[in-house]
Design a protein around this ligand. Sequence first.
Ligand SMILES: *[C@@H]1O[C@H](CO)[C@@H](O)[C@H](O)[C@H]1NC(C)=O
Ligand SMILES: *[C@@H]1O[C@H](CO)[C@@H](O)[C@H](O)[C@H]1NC(C)=O
Ligand SMILES: *[C@@H]1O[C@H](CO)[C@@H](O)[C@H](O)[C@H]1NC(C)=O
Length: 223
Amino acid sequence: MFWVISLLCMGAFARTCFPNAIPHLDRVNITFDDIMMPIGIWQNAWDSSGIVSQIYKIIASEKLGFFVNEEIGPASELILGKLAGCSHQGFAITGDCGAPRRFHVSFENWLTGSPWTQQWLEDLIPYGVPMDLGSMGYEGKSGMFVLSGSLNAALADSGLALSFYRSYNASWFDPSKYTEPVDNVDLNRLKKCADSAEIGYPGIAELYLRITGDTGGMNTSTY
Ligand SMILES: *[C@@H]1O[C@H](CO)[C@@H](O)[C@H](O)[C@H]1NC(C)=O
Ligand SMILES: *[C@@H]1O[C@H](CO)[C@@H](O)[C@H](O)[C@H]1NC(C)=O
Ligand SMILES: *[C@@H]1O[C@H](CO)[C@@H](O)[C@H](O)[C@H]1NC(C)=O
């Protein structure tokens, strides 16, 4: 009978990674904002953040003995706000920040070096500003993307590598052959920079123009 019960118990609790993991029954919550709660991981939707988050979870629960809970969000823009207890919808923090703050760690913020991070941090001072504990040990950069349809069409047609910025020099190449011309885009489905990107990233249109020199691609009277 004893064996049947212990087998049932093992089945009832999730399998552990370490053979000598601290058992579920011995794990504890933390007390944060005067409330007992599990350590909260604000996990980001891409694989590399997921892997590191789950490694942290395994160590914090199986080796340190804490309950750990995670929720998954779609974008780095949310990380600072979620650690400050804010609500969110889609890609945007919607307010309601502060206690109880249920998320305490997040791995892989792609905006750590961005000029907007400092402003977001200042907005969060009243609720507790998350601390940057340093590099994950690897770096990445992200930016604008070309859809694979255009990329493959250019490669197949003329060997033009749209994955390389120098291929965009209009003195030499005509990358627009492989993308949708503006006339084919329904402008009603687009927003002006001022009504979209500039809200979260003030000055991004100016930055884009300064870096690309793309005067032909922007209407500066209306951004
Ligand atoms: C840990 O905290 C959670 C959420 O507050 C609660 O549901 C659970 O009962 C707590 N568990 C223990 C053992 O304190
Ligand atoms: C584009 O190519 C022209 C002609 O070689 C060159 O003068 C110009 O500097 C290039 N532009 C950029 C942004 O590299
Ligand atoms: C820029 O936008 C303004 C206002 O909508 C318009 O009058 C002007 O023709 C546009 N310029 C170009 C080059 O499209």
